[in-house]
Ligand binder design. Structure first.
Ligand code: RP5
Length: 161
């Protein structure tokens, strides 16, 4: 496994599946696990502490509300941690975003956008990080970006059916 996708609750999966789908697109091996900063704190400590020695290269962590999972994972590992703010019911994910993004200097979390787009981009960014030492993967990412550009340029008229 190259990427560990962790999330605070099973209820985060519909969002975090977007990260998994992106990794699937680039044929990157990953694992998905529910790890909660609050409900399973010892599991979080063990998971993040052992992640590098198990061979993981990047951790994607999604959580909602008081979203301490990405920051605490980053506190236990020097691997890059990408944080995905899951859209909460009460505050629409603004709470999640602020919980994740405002890290103190010295412990970094790469914070993505709230919700599905953020999760998909976390998968993409994980792929781009891995591609810095994998030329074949870099070519796949270049092709993906070209395809995306071409599909926009092919249909410039927004009123077209
Ligand atoms: C967080 O609380 C989870 O990441 C989830 O987004 C939120 C709600 O969790 P559940 O009550 O649905 O399990 O820890």
């Amino acid at each position: 496994m190259k990427v560990g996708i962790i999330m605070g609750s099973k209820s985060d999966w519909p969002t975090m599946k977007n990260a998994a789908d992106m990794l699937d697109r680039f044929q990157i091996a990953y694992e998905t696990t529910v790890v909660s900063a609050h409900r399973t704190p010892q599991l979080l400590a063990d998971y993040a502490t052992n992640a590098a020695s198990r061979g993981l290269k990047v951790i994607i962590a999604g959580a909602g509300g008081a979203a301490h999972l990405p920051g605490m994972a980053a506190a236990f590992t020097s691997l890059p941690v990408l944080g995905v703010p899951v859209q909460s019911k009460a505050l629409k994910g603004l709470d999640s975003l602020l919980s994740i993004v405002q890290m103190p200097k010295g412990v970094a979390v790469g914070t993505l956008a709230i919700g599905d787009a953020g999760a998909a981009n976390a998968g993409l960014l994980a792929a781009q990080i891995l591609a810095t030492s994998d030329t074949e993967l870099m070519s796949k990412i270049d092709a993906f970006r070209k395809e995306q550009t071409d599909s926009v340029l092919a249909h410039p008229n927004p009123a077209e059916e």
